[in-house]
Design a protein around this ligand. Sequence first.
Ligand code: BTN
Length: 229
Amino acid sequence: MTLHAEASSTNALAAADPVVDTLIVADHQTAGRGRLDRTWETPPGTALTFSAVVDPDLADHDWPLLPLAVALAVADGLGTAAAVPVAVKWPNDLLIDGAKVAGILLERVGSDRPLAVIGIGINVGLAAEDLPVPTATSLRIAGAAVDRTAVFAAVVPALSAILTALRADPGAVLERYRSECDTVGREVEAQLPDGERLVGTASAVDRHGRLVVAGRAIGAGDVVHVRPA
Ligand code: BTN
């Protein structure tokens, strides 16, 4: 494990020199990356930000399940360390009372044998005035435990466990995701990468990890929960 007092982005460092089974942790990131080319900003000392480099050892068609599986692992870890109910919003946002407490950025690197850089950002000790956006929250705001080391110590083994489960039985992990994903059954608004907006009921997560909204399977995009269906 490498711990940086300050780094641009742990995902960027991991992707620049990917070594299997290493963890890169930053006390603070100056150029944190989010999904969909967004940034991920947190004030120094308040968030748990780290990346793991793993060899998922999955068939190509099971790779899309990896980001979903990691969300289950982060939910498990937060449940253990912070004893707070965490919901999974498709594909891999973690919510407390509908507000985002953690995000995951998965990047595929390497050419001969693909590796995954799994970047995890968890808002641990942010106060309300620190929140980058009003739709975010933190463990502290939720009244939960706020020790970053304890959260890290719970999330890392949960990540390792879900990777083992995914290699052994991808279908079983997908079934678990389907039953736990809070998006399924909700009315949602999806912003697709090409700018199209799709509104409708999220009825399922398909075999490829895509969310089925109004009968269309979407593989990437920003989804907002509108209300329970
Ligand atoms: C998202 O929800 O948009 C994903 C956020 C992922 C943030 C984490 S923080 C650690 C790792 N390094 C990065 O630059 N991003 C991820």
